[in-house]
Design a protein around this ligand. Structure first.
Ligand code: PLP
Length: 358
């Protein structure tokens, strides 16, 4: 740290993304990416945008992406803000609406804490129940904003729209941010149909998971026109040239071939359900996932040990330092072939570990 760094940032602990090692080819099940490539429409659009238009600056207002999303979700274009990944939407929303602070669960997406620290926003961390569910009543009428990942990460558990409505109704003067990065893998519904009923509801989604575009960095927020104009005000003050021309072209094309991604989501869900049964046969307890990952705990092996032994065998998963889930690993759902491999390697590791513990 230099002597020049603003004292405000000296205690900032940045977000640690999942590792992206370059030393060899791994089966990557650690960052919840989609195992299937983007669809043919995206590849055509990228090609065309590169050849025809890449020499030109992009549209700083993301109008084509906004138009496509507004049509797809049945809202007005003025209710959509497009950002560099949903991380930027979360960042802007915490800056914009954080005057009284935000509450969120102890186990959730780690970026909420980082953004609150960065913007000097007070945080109220509310523990999940023993069974990792969210106690909705604890978020009602607390005089501050609320941020919930729904489905939550890394638990994979989901709240119903009615449960989120309870929080929205309990305090119309504070914003509830619902981060729906994984909603397309859940049977529980999105909150987007509720944005016209609740002026304090901001829904954040991403192209990174269900639409196979993590590397393009496209996210968006949907809410009332006034919430969205507040976000745009800050976005235009920070980073008005946000999304590249290629990312915009990819995003528009992806919205236009939604059935392709819906089909991939169904494949991921079916691989997930198969894999959960496999893990249970191997003695893991697995939370009922509504996402493209599972959180699996075994009382026989520590999460970090299992992570390391799987890495040695070419499979990357994620473990967490939090005491409550120290015995767990989070495993993203890949192709069926990836999941067969993963199940087999986990079986090997457990057999070896049990033998060494005798
Ligand atoms: C992956 C993820 C995001 C961020 O996605 P972007 O790639 O920035 O769009 C946001 N929230 C949660 C809970 C996530 O898991």
């Amino acid at each position: 740290m230099s002597e020049y760094l603003n004292t405000r940032y000296r205690d900032l602990s940045p977000y640690t993304p999942g590792e992206q090692p370059l030393d060899k080819a791994y089966i990557k099940l650690n960052t919840n990416e989609n195992p299937y490539p983007p669809g043919p429409g995206v590849l055509n659009a990228l090609n065309e945008a590169a050849v025809k238009d890449l020499r030109l600056y992009e549209d700083p207002d993301n109008r084509m992406v906004i138009q496509a999303l507004a049509e797809h979700y049945g809202v007005k274009p003025s209710q959509v803000c497009v950002t560099c990944g949903s991380d930027e939407a979360l960042d802007l929303a915490i800056m914009a609406f954080g005057e009284d602070g935000f509450a969120f669960p102890d186990l959730t997406y780690n970026f909420y804490k980082v953004f609150c620290q960065l913007h000097n926003t007070s945080m109220q961390v509310i523990p999940l129940n023993e069974d990792f569910t969210i106690e909705v009543g604890r978020y009602c009428g607390i005089g501050r904003g609320v941020i919930l990942a729904n489905p939550n990460a890394p638990t994979g558990l989901v709240l119903s729209p009615e449960q989120i409505e309870q929080i929205l109704k309990s305090d119309p003067h504070h914003v509830v941010i619902v981060d729906e990065a994984y909603i397309d893998f859940s049977e529980s519904g999105s909150m987007i149909p509720y944005v016209n009923r609740y002026p304090n509801l901001l829904v954040v989604q991403t192209f990174s998971k269900s639409r196979s575009l993590a590397g393009a960095r496209v996210g968006y927020a949907i809410g009332s026109e006034s919430l969205i104009s507040d976000l745009e005000r800050i976005r235009n003050a920070m980073n008005p040239y946000g999304l590249s021309r290629l990312s915009q072209a990819a995003a528009v094309a992806a919205v236009h071939e939604q059935e392709y991604y819906d089909e991939n989501c169904r494949r991921v869900i079916s691989s997930r359900n198969w894999f959960i049964r496999k893990l249970e046969e191997l003695g893991f307890s697995v939370l009922p996932s509504h996402t493209n990952f599972v959180l699996a705990q075994s009382d026989r092996i520590d999460g970090k040990v299992l992570y390391q032994k799987l890495k040695d065998r070419g499979i990357l998963v994620r473990y967490f330092p939090d005491a409550r889930i120290a015995s767990a690993v989070r495993i993203s759902i890949g192709t069926d072939e990836d999941m067969h491999q993963a199940a087999e390697k986990i079986r090997e590791v457990l057999a070896e570990w049990n033998a060494s513990q005798k």
